[in-house]
Design a protein around this ligand. Structure first.
Ligand code: SF4
Length: 284
């Protein structure tokens, strides 16, 4: 599959089943009740920490601005509240653009901790396979944040990758910004990007401890909190593996035999994907 921009959630999905991730792109992802509930919980958590910013973008440039500006505003509250949510993050590797949205940043003992929230339909502790997929996502967020903070991915890189100086926001969107009393100097995609990159540059030390928090989507209770140690080497190995697919060096991999139980939870099983279908019939 040809794609210039890869999302962190794509990479997490590759670690669950790469073929399923590809099929989701080809046939469209089915928005299940669980996905809707998960989005609702993320919205509720965001409204608890971030100042609500209601903006109705009309074009790609407006959408880009909104992501940059709301992330900048989210980071502004981090020092004061020691916690913020929904920070858009960008980067690049081997000519691919990478993009994602960090669920939560916390400040603990002077260090910034990256946290990813996942919702579940029951109180069961997640399986190792689920944790691995979520780990890939949070590791990538930590890498992208570090790359900007340490100057490995600069504002210039971002501006040239997204051609931000050629992205004028619409007049109607500008009016919305005026009604929110956004600073006049901050009313372009370039200036919002500069503000966001500047804020990331000023973040304190980024912790090598990463957190994945599992939440029951019905009760809202925390089921478990997993802590992971980050290393640049592991992040690089992970990216080397996933990029082989995006560079077209290999086909999308189905799950291996020992993980074919995942197929029972896959909307494509026995239809668009029949890799493990014959075996399932034999054992039925
Ligand atoms: S049926 Fe199994 S191997 Fe095929 S896409 Fe779904 S999870 Fe992957």
């Amino acid at each position: 599959m040809k794609k210039a921009s890869i999302r962190a959630s794509d990479i997490a999905a590759q670690y669950w089943c790469e073929r399923q991730m590809e099929l989701n792109y080809i046939y469209g992802q089915k928005i299940t009740k669980e996905i809707k509930k998960g989005r609702q919980i993320h919205g509720e958590l965001e409204s608890e920490t971030n100042i609500p910013i209601v903006l109705m973008p009309k074009t790609y440039a407006d959408v880009m601005y909104k992501g940059l500006y709301t992330s900048y505003m989210a980071l502004k509250t981090l020092q004061q509240n020691k916690k913020t949510r929904e920070v858009q993050i960008y980067g690049a590797i081997n000519g691919f653009k990478l993009v994602g949205k960090i669920d939560q940043l916390d400040i603990k003992d002077g260090e910034v901790i990256v946290q990813e929230d996942k919702t579940r339909g029951n109180d069961n502790i997640p399986s190792d396979a689920q944790i691995l997929s979520h780990k890939a996502q949070v590791v990538l967020y930590r890498k992208l944040l570090g790359d900007i903070k340490e100057g490995r991915y600069t504002l210039k890189d971002f501006e040239s990758a997204y051609k931000t100086s050629e992205l004028p926001i619409t007049l109607e969107f500008k009016r919305q910004l005026e009604s929110l009393q956004v600073d006049k100097d901050l009313m372009s995609v370039n200036s919002a990007a500069e503000a966001l990159f500047g804020s990331i540059g000023e973040l304190g030390k980024i912790s090598d401890t990463l957190c994945i928090r599992y939440i029951n989507q019905f009760s809202g209770n925390v089921i478990s909190l997993h802590k992971i140690k980050y290393s640049d080497e592991e992040a690089q190995q992970m990216l080397d593996f996933v990029l082989r697919y995006w560079k077209g060096e290999r086909e999308a991999l189905p799950v291996p035999m020992e993980e074919k139980w995942k197929c029972n939870f896959c909307a494509f099983f026995g239809k668009e994907c029949k890799v493990w279908w014959p075996q399932s019939k034999l054992h039925a």
